[in-house]
Design a protein around this ligand. Structure first.
Ligand code: SF4
Ligand code: SF4
Length: 362
């Protein structure tokens, strides 16, 4: 039983828990007062280890606000470029206060080889980062030579800033990538004439992090909770380096000291050691193959613990499960049974693959 770490070839780095903003929906609970930052040496060490042991292709710098790393961020991007790795920067564009300033920043990022850039734009960022910054940053990226420029938009029910609002605001018919089109591999997305793919990346608002405090009527209701019974293809496949140097299973929720999703400390162990252990862990395999909702149901069947019946997303379920120490203990006590469930699920999947290959004659 094992998951393949870095199967998609990407390593994510949550560069800092500090931010220029304090968005009320922040998944990572970032604030201007938080000061943990990954240092250049640590990024270099982790990139080297990931490159040596896996087919690393892309390093994603996210946060918090990654640009607070200052020169270390430019050094890190340059280091990745010199090692033939693609890089993506996720930023709130607080620096794009004028078109000229945005152009200077973009030129500097491109000069060290940054290949992709994502800007966050929604109702919750707007009080801290004016929409005009987004326009400046967006225009500065035009023809700058990026592989992709993405406007990441999370919106709940009745929010103002949606993909169509952004299209109107920027006066462009920008391609929209939705969770549904992404599961089909975004087959219709294509680069524009300047060679860059420009997209709005739409997501529904998640009830996680600071958004847990929001009123329920902000979120889309999932009438049938079994619709959330999906396996998680991110766990261990897309690991994340945290601002204090821990390796998380995914970027779904902040996971320092989470009993399942905090995989280990890169200050004490090599990435390969941590990921080898994680890829064999029964509960991570169970999240990967069965999904968090099935595990919640397992806990409910084996204890008097009851979980919410009003979850809005899979990561929200995963957070409720993995941060509940009693629930985790019940799962650990039943690892043999859970292993059998995973094996059964994999056998069914293999059988149906064989049948469909027979049908198509391959
Ligand atoms: S959502 Fe992004 S911009 Fe807003 S506080 Fe969190 S890290 Fe900062
Ligand atoms: S379901 Fe769990 S493991 Fe998967 S991305 Fe969400 S928080 Fe991470």
């Amino acid at each position: 039983m094992s998951i393949t770490p870095l199967i998609n070839g990407s390593l994510n780095i949550v560069t800092t828990d500090g931010c220029t903003a304090r968005c009320s929906h922040c998944l990572m609970n970032c604030t201007p007062n938080k000061k943990n930052k990954v240092k250049f040496d640590q990024i270099q060490k982790c990139v080297d280890q990931a490159k040596k042991n896996y087919e690393l292709k892309l390093v994603v710098f996210t946060g918090g606000e990654s640009t607070l790393l200052g020169e270390d961020l430019f050094r890190a991007i340059r280091y990745c470029t010199l090692n033939f790795l693609k890089t993506r920067l996720v930023t709130n564009a607080h620096w794009a206060t004028s078109l000229e300033r945005a152009q200077r920043y973009i030129e500097k990022y491109r000069s060290v080889g940054l290949s992709e850039i994502n800007f966050s734009v929604d109702d919750y960022h707007e009080p801290f980062v004016p929409l005009e910054n987004i326009r400046n940053a967006w225009l500065a990226c035009k023809g700058a030579g990026f592989d992709s420029v993405v406007l990441a938009n999370s919106h709940g029910k009745n929010d103002k800033i949606t993909p169509s609002f952004i299209q109107q605001f920027l006066g462009e018919n920008i391609q929209i990538s939705t969770p549904e089109t992404r599961t089909m591999g975004d087959i219709n997305s294509s680069p524009s004439e300047d060679g860059t793919t420009y997209q709005i990346y739409e997501n529904t608002l998640q009830k996680s992090g600071r958004a847990e405090a929001f009123d329920d009527n902000k979120f889309d209701t999932i009438e049938n909770q079994n619709d959330l019974a999906c396996p998680c293809t991110w766990a261990v496949n897309d690991p994340v380096l945290s601002p204090i140097g821990h390796l998380w299973a995914c970027c779904g929720i902040p996971s320092d000291n989470n009993p399942i999703l905090d995989l280990g400390d890169t200050n004490k162990e090599k990435i390969k050691t941590i990921l080898n252990r994680a890829s064999k862990d029964v509960l991570l395999n169970a999240i990967h193959d069965l999904g968090p909702l099935k595990l919640c149901q397992f806990v409910e069947d084996h204890s008097n613990i009851k979980f919410s019946k009003e979850f809005c997303g899979v990561c929200e379920i995963c957070s409720a499960l993995t941060n509940n120490k009693k629930a985790v203990q019940i799962l650990r006590d039943n690892e043999k049974t859970i292993s059998a469930m995973i094996r059964a699920k994999r056998s069914v999947a293999e059988l149906s693959n064989l049948l469909s290959q027979n049908r198509t004659g391959k």
